[in-house]
Design a binder for this molecule. Sequence first.
Ligand SMILES: C[S@@+](CC[C@H](N)C(=O)[O-])C[C@H]1O[C@@H](n2cnc3c(N)ncnc32)[C@H](O)[C@@H]1O
Length: 202
Amino acid sequence: MTGADQQASLEGVLKDEILRMYQEVADNPDAEFHFFHGREAAEMFDYDPEWLERAPAGAVDSFAGVGNPHERSELKPGETVLDLGSGAGLDAIIASWRVGPEGRVIGVDLNPSMCRKAQANLAATGGSMECHEGRMEEIPLPDASADVVISNGVVNLSFQKRRVAEEMYRVLKPGGRISITDIVSGRELSQAIVNDPKLWAA
Ligand SMILES: C[S@@+](CC[C@H](N)C(=O)[O-])C[C@H]1O[C@@H](n2cnc3c(N)ncnc32)[C@H](O)[C@@H]1O
């Protein structure tokens, strides 16, 4: 097997594990996971308690972010926000409150059932979002579509992080902003960790 074949095969396994793991967080949030999630995680990342009371329980319980992209997003009424890897929708819901009825929230998620879940959670708040099934490495949107890109714990899941960054810049309007929270390792990870789809997917 060539290096490229090996990477393609690992990427395929990783994709299956990502689909499985976040589906499980969405369907069964009370199960044991080896990462913080739900209300406990959102409180740890200083999400406004009022947001957590106001949002549908399904979105809060299945929250799987690693930080708080709203602290620096400076969203303004009327803006268009793209949430990359929108999951069960808590970040999209908060973004929709901040951009208001004149604004627009667009989600992109690898998993179509997460898109449906996020849209249902948003509808329960009286708002709406469009959500596209797709990959952050190939964002299914035209150039210059968004004022702001937010993302929470998703870029670390990609094998092609440079490509993801290029895509974010492509879909941003001139003068647009990016506010992402993610995981960065200060030291090189061992091959045992890098080759373990469960650890990479989390
Ligand atoms: C960490 S969660 C996102 C948390 C979310 N912002 C929230 O409010 O709960 C990860 C989500 O990213 C999606 N995802 C993973 N890899 C992706 C990719 N390459 N492109 C688009 N979405 C991806 C997963 O399907 C999952 O729904």
